[in-house]
Design a protein around this ligand. Structure first.
Ligand code: HEM
Length: 148
């Protein structure tokens, strides 16, 4: 795997499931992001210290990045390169490999809560594939950046 090689390997049907579900929650991204942090820190209290006291700007940034990633799903090479860069920044903030699973679990839980009865196992699987791929691209950037 290299910096330029896309690792996002979602099928067309996964892309559709992610997009359709995201469309339902996208009017309400700030509450979704707030829910996400509430779940993340409830289950992983040690992660709170990595973030600034005021989560406000972070909530907006996460909402923005999610919209961007979902919109860019067809531009996989560009998305991959942006995520590699974002991963290097995360390495500098002290984010570790295991944290990506904690983040994926919290985001899936927040999405499920937001979609309510519309949430289905195949939607969860498609999101998990996306988040795995996003994490893989970001971890590649983290590796390149090297330890601390
Ligand atoms: C799905 C993967 C992720 C995405 C899309 C994402 C997105 C972002 C974005 C867009 C920023 C703002 C960067 C900037 O300031 O320019 C950020 C910052 C940050 N992220 Fe992530 N992130 C992800 C995974 C993680 C993980 C696994 C952790 C570990 C807990 C984490 C912790 C942080 C921290 C600590 C900051 C800095 C916040 C601050 O300065 O207060 N992120 N993230």
């Amino acid at each position: 795997m290299t910096r330029d090689q896309p690792v996002l390997a979602l099928s067309d049907s996964d892309v559709r499931l992610v997009r359709d579900s995201f469309e339902h929650v996208s009017m309400d991204l700030v509450p979704l992001a707030a829910d996400f942090y509430e779940i993340l820190f409830r289950k992983n209290a040690e992660l709170r210290a990595l973030f600034a006291d005021d989560l406000g700007p972070q909530v907006a940034k996460l909402a923005h990045t999610l919209s961007f990633a979902v919109a860019q799903l067809e531009q996989r090479e560009t998305l991959h390169r942006d995520l590699v860069t974002l991963g290097a920044l995360h390495q500098e903030k002290g984010v570790e490999t295991a944290h990506y699973d904690a983040v994926a679990d919290a985001l899936v839980a927040a999405l499920a809560r937001s979609l309510g009865a519309g949430w289905e196992p195949r939607i969860e699987l498609a999101w998990r594939k996306l988040l795995k791929a996003v994490g893989a691209s970001m971890l590649l950037g983290a590796q390149e950046a090297g330890p601390g």
